[in-house]
Design a protein around this ligand. Structure first.
Ligand code: COA
Length: 718
């Protein structure tokens, strides 16, 4: 039950908001604050007020669960943010943890703001498909200037309190070891007699009209370039513009109108869905209840991580762990490879310093956390080990047999394989319950996704600890059952295959890539293929063709590999590259080659609309995901969306693959897939679950195929 309470400290009223875990503004809270505020205004024993949050945060914002649901809200003029600054007594916001969205808007309506130096403040509505609707777009530009306000509102970033103080957003800072509440009460007493009260609604926006016009036209141009298909950032911009050009009350009305206009749009729903899908993905519903298995509830916190393999992947994993404060030990089979790996880590940190992302001191601190190990034995006492060696089953089995012999008994044994059967790796050890897959995405220190692969024998404790490790590395974790291609590779392979087949039919790489970037991807599949290297996909195809005589060959990319066009690393792939540059340039030689091959195959000459290309690529993956769901390989359909958002750059404002599919409807997709099945062959056979969803109207994103419950005997063995 959300609570707002009043505590008196002499002549200061302290209004405490207590709604765990993050004091989101659930229904009832605003009314509670207003009741106390009005009573204190009328109370002659009170000279000033403080608003503070109980627990770990000030206020993390409006309660997003109620957005778009038609929940009853206080109207314009009756809201907390409309009333506080019109009061006759000073009100001080005392901020710790997070002051976000509606929380910062409460604070902006207060006359003063003091914050703990480790707090974070922001208006992140743009990230969850809303615009700040409680006066944030009107007051922030008046307080810190329109350019800084626009940056905070359009990026949605969490501003550290120290920066907020230098911007003038916060009046005073309190060190973490000091008591925020007493500091706020003292501050309130100090300003109790100050009049007139500083009130942002009465303050002009500090900017000349010409500078304002330039700022907004530049911002509009920026959005046209970077967020062409998105409405929410545009609405935010319009609201700030209203804040800077209209009288306060008119601007407030415009902000409120824009807020309501966007709230139920598909884009807003997609972004809210993505927020909750990410949080859901971290939940493991089939774990034994606390206390069910004696001795299994203690957290196995990982403080030290061993990484085997100092190549691009291993180096990225080591950096990711060092960034999160873990002690790392890096090993490679040859001393030269280890030296090369350490050099490359130092170089990468150097680039972060050059780009102003880290200070020199921070980068040195992180590098110092990564030690090199001359032998595997030196890894023995680490809490967890991630193997990132060459993708070869025999090599990996040898590594795991060795790890089994040396690692301490409760260490997590993780493999970063992207394709190999993790059960086969685990069976090289006498403790398969301690083994799981930890599939990072390249570059591992940047990409947010961690695909955690659960083997048949993986114990609950191992799985929980691996998810915990992923979270401490600030990754978004998705748990999948072991199986070919896991979730990520298996669900994306149909898309890349279809892209290659479209070339045989008359499309060109630059055309397909343009369709996908127009859709919102940062890069199209051919530009990605050039980045990753065409040899990677080729090796997978060779292995699959060996295992499956009916495997659909892809002659066009195979021909490029034969020609040595492996992508950026060879200066040419699907595109050509100028020396030292990474910009893909359309290559007439490729156009001629693809045309000639299509003619030779007798399949070319077709032309495609953008929608046909988009649907051919994405429907093939939606169909595969329905098979994955039917086989119970993941906990829930929304995990697919989380994986695609964080592993493949699927545009967030479209929610994710399955959310997007639902906007078209399973019935329309099933119909098209069935048509392509008749026209293009068995690879398009519609998944039974897709047909069922089409028949019943079931939303694809809501399908919940639980993984099999954890075997308790495996847990007990752990
Ligand atoms: N409304 C409703 N629920 C919220 C919420 C909000 N504004 N902010 C957080 N929560 C919930 C989360 O869904 C999660 O619930 P769960 O435990 O049932 O999954 C819980 O609070 C904890 O959130 P989590 O994100 O796991 O905690 P964190 O410490 O990693 O991050 C925040 C805390 C505040 C940074 C993060 O939750 C966040 O960004 N929240 C949204 C802030 C926002 O956009 N505010 C503007 C809204 S107008």
């Amino acid at each position: 039950m959300p609570q707002v309470s009043l505590e008196r400290e002499g002549r200061v009223a302290v209004i405490v908001i207590d709604n765990p875990p993050v004091n989101a503004l659930s229904p009832g809270i605003a009314e509670g604050v207003i009741d106390i505020f009005r009573a204190m205004e009328a109370d002659s024993g009170i000279d000033a007020m403080v608003i503070i949050g109980a627990g770990r945060s000030f206020i993390a914002g409006a309660d997003i669960r109620y957005f778009g649901k038609g929940a009853k809200r206080l109207g314009l003029g009756d809201r907390v943010s409309d009333l506080i600054d019109l009061g006759s007594k000073p009100v001080v916001a005392a901020i710790h943890g997070y002051a976000l969205g509606g929380g910062l808007e409460y604070a902006l309506a207060c006359h003063y703001r003091i914050a703990r130096s480790d707090a974070r403040l922001g208006l992140p509505e743009v990230l969850i498909g809303a615009i700040p609707g409680g006066g944030g777009t009107q007051r922030l530009p008046r307080l810190i200037g329109p350019a800084a306000a626009l940056d905070i509102i359009l990026s949605g970033r969490h501003v550290p309190a120290v920066e907020a103080h230098s911007l003038g957003l916060v009046d005073a800072l309190v060190e973490p070891q000091q008591d925020l509440r007493s500091a706020a009460v003292a501050f309130a007493l100090g300003v109790a007699a100050t009049r007139p009260l500083p009130c942002l609604r009465n303050r002009p926006v500090p900017a000349e009209p010409a500078a304002l016009a330039r700022l907004f036209s530049d911002a509009r141009e920026g959005l046209a370039r970077k967020a062409r298909e998105q409405q929410v950032p545009r609405q935010c911009l319009l609201a700030v513009e209203a804040g800077c050009t209209l009288p306060f009350d008119e601007g407030l009305r415009e902000e409120w109108r824009l807020f309501h206009e966007i709230e139920s749009s598909t884009e807003a729903r997609a972004l809210r869905y993505a927020f909750f899908a990410e949080r859901e993905a971290a939940k493991l519903p089939d774990m034994p209840a606390a206390g069910a298995v004696p001795g299994q509830d203690a957290a196995r916190e990982v403080r030290s991580l061993a990484v085997i393999g100092a190549g691009t992947m291993g180096g990225g994993i080591a950096m990711s762990a060092a960034d999160a404060g873990l002690q790392v030990r890096l090993y490679d089979a040859t001393p030269e490879a280890l030296v090369r790996g350490m050099d490359s880590i130092r170089r990468n940190y150097g680039i972060s310093v050059e780009r102003g992302k880290l200070t020199q001191a921070q980068s040195l601190e992180r590098i110092a956390r990564i030690g090199s190990a001359a032998s595997l034995d030196e890894l023995a006492d680490c809490d967890a080990v991630v193997e990132a060696v060459f993708e070869d089953l025999d090599v990996k089995r040898q590594v795991f047999a060795r790890l089994d012999a040396i690692m301490k008994p409760d260490a997590l044994l993780l493999t970063n394989t992207s394709a190999i059967d993790v059960d086969l790796i685990a069976s090289a050890t006498a403790r398969p319950h301690s083994v799981a897959g930890a599939h990072f995405f390249s570059p591992a220190n940047v990409m947010k996704l961690l695909e955690i692969v659960r083997c048949d024998a993986t114990s609950a404790a191992t799985l929980k600890a691996t998810v915990q490790l992923g979270r401490s590395l600030r990754k978004t974790c998705v748990v999948v059952r072991n199986g070919e291609g896991f979730l990520t590779s298996r669900s994306r392979t149909p898309l890349t295959t279809e892209a290659m087949i479209l070339l045989e039919e008359g499309a060109l790489p630059e055309q397909i890539d343009r369709v996908m970037t127009d859709f919102g991807y940062p890069m199209g599949p051919f530009a990605v293929s050039d980045l990753v290297g065409l040899d990677i996909g080729h090796a997978v195809r060779v292995a699959r063709a060996k295992a499956d005589p009916d495997f659909r060959k892809l002659p066009v990319p195979d021909r490029l590999v034969e020609m040595g066009r492996l992508g950026q690393k060879t200066g040419a792939g699907w595109y050509r590259y100028e020396a030292g540059r990474r910009t893909p340039l359309a290559d007439p030689e490729m156009t001629a080659l693809i045309g000639a091959m299509a003619a030779q195959l007798g399949t070319g000459g077709k032309s495609f609309t953008d929608a046909q290309i988009l649907h051919r690529l994405l429907f093939s993956s939606v169909n595969e995901c329905c098979h994955i769901l039917q086989e119970g390989r993941i906990y829930r359909a929304s995990d697919i969306d989380v994986a695609w958002l964080h592993g493949f750059g699927f545009p967030r404002f479209r929610g994710g693959l399955m959310f997007w599919a639902d906007t078209l409807g399973a019935a329309a997709i099933a119909q098209q897939v069935s048509r392509w099945h008749a026209e293009l062959g068995p690879r398009w056979a519609p998944a039974p679950l897709l047909l069922e969803a089409a028949r019943t109207g079931l939303a694809l994103r809501e399908i919940k195929p639980m993984l099999q419950p954890m075997a308790l005997d495996a847990v007990a063995n752990d």
